[in-house]
Design a protein around this ligand. Structure first.
Ligand code: ASP
Length: 328
C-alpha cells in the first residue's frame, strides 16, 4: 500500500526555499485551514502582486517552476487566471482541461493521474466533480495541491479572492452585512465564502429559492462562530441594509431533473430597477459565469464589482502560487 508523503519534510524539497514560511508546500483544500492572520499575510502578498503587475507586468519570481492545471469540470476564470498567474510570475503551465483526451478517458484513477503530474510539475491545481476528491488526491502526491472546486463542496481560492475584493473595494470587512443570493445549496463558492467570513464580525443574509437553501452543515459551522445568519426567499427585506450583494447562478449541472431547474432559474434577477433599492456605497459581486441573474444594464453601475473581482483573482492566485512554492 502506498504511504502518503509528508510534504513539508519530503527529501525531495527544492534547495534554497524558505521552508519555514507559512503555507510552504501546503495543500490549499478548504477555507477552514485559514485564520485571520493568514488572510492578512496572503492579502499582503496579493496586494504586492497587483503593484508589481501594474509596474512591470511579468517578473521572474517563479522562473523555472511548472504548474499542472488539471480540470475535470469546465472552467474559464479559475483555469485561465491560474495560467496567467503562473506566467506573470515567469513560470509555465501544463494544461489538462479536456480530461477526455488524457489517460483519464482510459480509466486512469485520480491518484495515478496526480502521481504522474507530480513528476513533471511543482504544484497542481485540481478541479473535480466529487466533494472531497481534491483532499484525497492531495494525499497521493508530494507536491502541493490547490483545490479549484470539488463538486458542491468548496472553492477556497474563489473565497479568498472574494474576500480580497471586499477589502479592496470597501476597505474593511468587520461590521458589514453580506447578502448571498441564488443557488446556495449547490453553489460551492458561497459555502466557502460564508465559512471564511465567519472569521469576521459580519451579518450574513441567505436569499434563495425554497429548494436551494444554504446547507445545514455550513449554517451550523458558521453559527459556532456566533455569526448572525438569516434566511429568506425574497430579497426585499434585506436589500436596503446590504453592503455586499453576492449573486450566484442556479447550478444547472447539479440538478437531477431539469424541470425543477427551469422552475427556479429566473427567480431572482438583478436589474437597474432592483439596484434603486440598494445603498449607494454597496457592491454587487458574482463568481461568474452569469446566466441571466444580473442584467447587462447593471454593468455600467459603479457598484457592479464582478468584473473587477476577476482581476483581484489574478493577484490572489499569484500570491498563493508564490506562497506554496516558498517564494513569497
Ligand atoms: N465559477 C464558479 C465555480 O466554479 C461559479 C459557478 O460556476 O457558478 O463554482
Amino acid at each position: 500500500m502506498y504511504t502518503p508523503p509528508n510534504k513539508t519534510q519530503s527529501p525531495y524539497l527544492p534547495f534554497g526555499d524558505r521552508q519555514d514560511a507559512p503555507f510552504y508546500f501546503t495543500d490549499i483544500l478548504s477555507v477552514k485551514q485559514f485564520q485571520r492572520k493568514d488572510l492578512d499575510y496572503i492579502f499582503g502578498v496579493a496586494h504586492e502582486m497587483s503593484e508589481m503587475v501594474r509596474r512591470i507586468g511579468t517578473f521572474d519570481l517563479l522562473k523555472g517552476k511548472i504548474l499542472a492545471n488539471l480540470f475535470y469540470e469546465p472552467s474559464t476564470r479559475t483555469m485561465s487566471s491560474f495560467t496567467a498567474a503562473m506566467e506573470r510570475l515567469g513560470g509555465s503551465v501544463i494544461p489538462i482541461n479536456e480530461v477526455r483526451y488524457s489517460s483519464v478517458s482510459k480509466g486512469e484513477s485520480l491518484p495515478d493521474t496526480v502521481r504522474t503530474l507530480e513528476c513533471y510539475a511543482d504544484v497542481i491545481v485540481l478541479r473535480h466533480p466529487e466533494v472531497g476528491s481534491v483532499a484525497t488526491a492531495a494525499k497521493f502526491t508530494r507536491k502541493p495541491i490547490i483545490n479549484a472546486g470539488d463538486g458542491i463542496g468548496e472553492h477556497p481560492t474563489q473565497a479568498l479572492l472574494d474576500l480580497f475584493t471586499i477589502l479592496e473595494e470597501l476597505g474593511h470587512v468587520d461590521g458589514l452585512t453580506i447578502t448571498m443570493l441564488g443557488d446556495l445549496k449547490y453553489g460551492r463558492t458561497v459555502h466557502s465564502l460564508s465559512r471564511l467570513l465567519s472569521l469576521f464580525d459580519v451579518k450574513l443574509n441567505y436569499v434563495s429559492p425554497k429548494i436551494l437553501p444554504m446547507p445545514e452543515e455550513v449554517v451550523k459551522e458558521v453559527a459556532e462562530k456566533n455569526i448572525v445568519q438569516k434566511q429568506y426567499n425574497t430579497l426585499d427585506p434585506v436589500l436596503a441594509e446590504t453592503d455586499v450583494l453576492y449573486v450566484t447562478r442556479v447550478q444547472k449541472e447539479r440538478f437531477e431533473d431539469l424541470d425543477s431547474y427551469e422552475k427556479v432559474r429566473n427567480e431572482f434577477i438583478i436589474s437597474p430597477e432592483v439596484m434603486k433599492g440598494a445603498k449607494e456605497k454597496m457592491i454587487v459581486m458574482h463568481p461568474l459565469p452569469r446566466v441571466g441573474e444580473i442584467t447587462m444594464e447593471v454593468d455600467d453601475d459603479p457598484r457592479a464589482a464582478y468584473f473587477r473581482q476577476m482581476e483581484y483573482g489574478l493577484y490572489v492566485r499569484m500570491a498563493l502560487l508564490a506562497i506554496v512554492l516558498g517564494k513569497a
